[in-house]
Design a protein around this ligand. Structure first.
Ligand code: UDP
Ligand code: MG
Length: 319
């Protein structure tokens, strides 16, 4: 049996503290892989600390296995992921965080499942959220419930980005050339059989999370807008509802004036109605604006990231 290659794609943003632990743990895992070897694609996502130098050090120690890409600024994890997938050459491709929250010990099992079963992707799913602030877990739960209601694409609760995929699935992911990427949705959208391996939540080994509450909130809005048209339907629906209510009130006021004459009173209700309708209009306009904004960004066709330096050549990049 030939030795198969696994590419490990690792987005890193200010991870100088965690990276040595990560690399050591993966080297350990590498020894336990049967008939397989590892290639690392580290992406330095515009880190402000010594991340790039650490990566260069790893690459100098093991030029064959370790590769790095460095962005000109912070482009976000999504951009880092796609860059990694574009440069990955392995038969199987794994996506992993640098903070060891994605246990590398699972890799041999994931590889075995891909080889022996009819799956193209082995994902991972946290069955507990230990060590996470309860409020964050609460909002995460609400988000997954909402998303699965309003989108045709499946969103698995607790699913991490950590996954091992076959080459053909990665080709499919790369074939989507949209600029606004929400990779959790994209991995699910491309189809292929995915099995989710459950595991207990782990806390990051060193450094701190780069996600603030607002960051996560915006990330979930991104998901909604990229994978659902429900807000647009909702806007039309409340527009229709307030129109019907207005007709009803109109009839009521006209009939009342005909029967009881024209009382000068009644302007407070008028103001209330005007404010309510005005508010609704702005709200709906806001929703439409969000989608329009996305379309605008999409039409500019800007590159997803700008490389500052790398040990890879342009030829090694897949389109
Ligand atoms: N990350 C990145 N760019 C960013 C933010 C994060 O490449 O702008 C990387 C980060 O280095 C880590 C992974 O994405 O490897 C997950 O980030 P983090 O651990 O901060 O998120 P959490 O696990 O708390 O959701
Ligand atoms: Mg983390």
């Amino acid at each position: 049996m030939k030795i198969e290659q696994i590419s490990i794609v690792v987005p890193c943003f200010n991870e100088e503290l965690a990276l040595p632990f990560f690399y050591a743990a993966l080297e350990e895992t590498r020894k336990n892989l049967k008939q397989a070897d590892i290639e690392y694609i580290f992406i330095d996502d515009g880190s402000k600390d010594q991340t790039l130098n650490t990566l260069k050090k790893f690459a100098a120690q093991d030029t064959k296995r370790v590769h790095y890409l460095s962005f000109s600024r912070n482009f976000g994890k999504e951009a880092a992921l796609i860059a990694g997938l574009q440069y990955a050459t392995g038969d199987y491709i794994a996506v992993m965080d640098a903070d060891l929250q994605d246990p590398p010990e699972l890799l041999p099992e994931m590889l075995e499942l891909l080889r022996t079963k009819e799956y193209d992707c082995i994902g991972t799913r946290r069955i507990t959220r230990n060590g996470e602030p309860p409020i964050r877990s609460f909002f995460a739960n609400c988000f997954y419930r909402l998303m699965n209601r309003i989108s045709d694409t499946e969103f698995v609760d607790g699913a991490r980005d950590y996954r091992l995929m076959t080459r053909r699935m990665v080709e499919a992911v790369l074939s989507l050339d949209e600029v606004n990427r929400f990779s959790k949705g994209i991995f699910s959208w491309v189809g292929f059989e995915t099995y989710y391996l459950p595991y207990e939540n782990k806390e990051r080994v060193a450094g701190k999370t780069s996600w603030s509450f607002w960051g996560l909130f915006n990330y979930s809005l991104e998901a909604i807008i990229n994978f659902s048209e429900f807000p647009l339907t909702f806007a039309s629906f409340i527009g229709l509802f307030s129109f019907l209510a207005a007709i009803f009130f109109l009839l009521f006021i006209v009939v009342r004036a005909l029967i009881f004459g024209d009382p000068t009173a009644g302007w407070p209700s008028l103001v209330t109605i005007m404010l309510a309708v005005g508010g609704l209009q702005l709200f709906c306009l806001g929703i439409v604006g969000k989608y329009l904004g996305k379309t605008y960004l999409e039409t500019k066709r800007r590159p997803l990231y700008i490389l500052k330096e790398t040990d890879q050549t342009e030829k090694e990049k897949k389109q």
